[in-house]
Design a binder for this molecule. Structure first.
Ligand SMILES: Nc1ncnc2c1ncn2[C@@H]1O[C@H](COP(=O)(O)OP(=O)(O)OP(=O)(O)O)[C@@H](O)[C@H]1O
Length: 335
């Protein structure tokens, strides 16, 4: 892979204190890169720098090796042609049909009528809306509108798709559908995707790598696996916990204790961590176990999660099982 988008020491201010402060990030060609952060962290500003809707205050943004600060307005227009954008509120033209919306950027780019029709038809099939070509945006559901938005963004064959909170206006099921479509855009067309979101579930579903933005700074970044399984920063840990409640909180623990007087431990579960093998051996130590909290989710090609277990048996047996678990994964005894 090679860098397609690079932020080098980027600072952006609108006159007051910086909204982005010393951003160094690289998005590789062909990946899905997510930027997660709370409202006001600077996410939208970060993507607007990529298609030069905003200009850096200092530092530089490179797209395909070209420093945007060196380009004329004409040069920037050319770069923008290679970048598609998908919005939270879809931004469709209400007065145009689905077909007309998808064809619009092709008109602007001067495509001939026959080429436009071929391309739009192709895209309508790709996003599964061939039967809606002559409907108007107001006749569509939110998920359908976003599929039109994605088709329109892809019309001119961009190399990069910027999706700014593209699923934030959608319910969870529709969100999953739209994310699957974005993933297909990435795998079938090789389009590099930058996803801006405040939802860790979106990151889990789609991203290869993720950066966590807080008050204009990247506080943590890494592969999906790194960030989910070993988050370092408080903000990141909180985001991860929104996807998977790693261990019971204080109230939950108090309730669990009432029902489960045995030893409570939380064990991390990953592919190949052999937690199951250790537990199936617990009987040999005279220990029974019960899963009382937790969950396991897919993370790219792997699984991750945590299980809180009640272990019941003689002290020596419980100690042996906990030692067995510790030999294969991280274990926390809940006090
Ligand atoms: N054109 C502008 N002029 C002045 N301040 C701006 C401008 N655009 C953004 N800001 C400020 O920059 C900060 C970051 O905004 P930004 O929209 O990038 O954050 P965000 O993480 O995308 O948040 P949200 O999800 O709420 O949009 C905010 O404090 C915002 O008020």
């Amino acid at each position: 892979m090679s860098p397609l988008i690079e932020f080098r020491g980027v600072t952006k201010s609108f006159g007051g204190p910086p909204v982005l402060d010393g951003i160094d990030l690289t998005v590789e060609a062909g990946e899905v890169f997510a930027v997660i952060g709370h409202s006001g962290a600077g996410k939208s500003t970060l993507v607007r720098l990529v298609n030069a809707l905003e200009k850096v205050t200092s530092g530089s943004v490179l797209v395909d090796g070209v420093d945007l600060t060196t380009l004329s307005e004409r040069g920037l227009r050319e770069v923008r042609l290679g970048i598609g954008m998908v919005f939270q509120q879809f931004n469709l033209l209400r007065s145009r049909t689905v077909f007309g919306n998808i064809a619009y950027p092709l008109r602007v780019a001067g495509w001939a009528k026959a080429d436009r029709e071929r391309r739009v038809t192709e895209l309508l099939h790709f996003v599964g809306l061939a039967d809606k070509a002559w409907q108007y945006p107001d006749q569509l559901s939110g998920g359908q509108k976003q599929r039109v938005g994605i088709a329109r963004a892809l019309a001119t064959n961009p190399r990069v798709l910027l999706a700014d909170e593209a699923t934030s206006a959608l319910d969870p099921e529709t969100t999953a559908e739209v994310l699957r479509l974005l993933k297909r855009v990435n795998t079938e067309f090789g389009v590099t995707i930058v996803v801006i979101t405040h939802e860790m579930e979106v990151v889990r579903e789609i991203a290869d790598r993720v950066a966590v933005l807080e008050s204009g700074r990247v506080v943590e970044h890494g592969t999906l696996h790194e960030v989910f399984t070993a988050p370092r920063e408080r903000t990141t840990k909180r985001f991860v916990e929104t996807v998977l409640r790693a261990r019971p909180d204080a109230d939950g623990l108090a309730q669990l204790r009432e029902r489960h007087p045995g030893t409570l431990v939380t064990a991390q579960v990953r592919d190949g961590s052999r937690v199951g093998a250790v537990l199936s051996d617990a009987g040999r130590h005279g220990v029974r176990f019960e899963v009382v909290h937790g969950g396991v989710k897919e993370l790219g090609a792997a699984s991750f999660g945590s299980l809180t277990l009640e272990l019941v048996g003689a002290d020596a047996g419980v100690v042996a099982v906990v030692a067995g678990l510790r030999a294969v994964t991280e274990v926390e005894e809940l006090g």
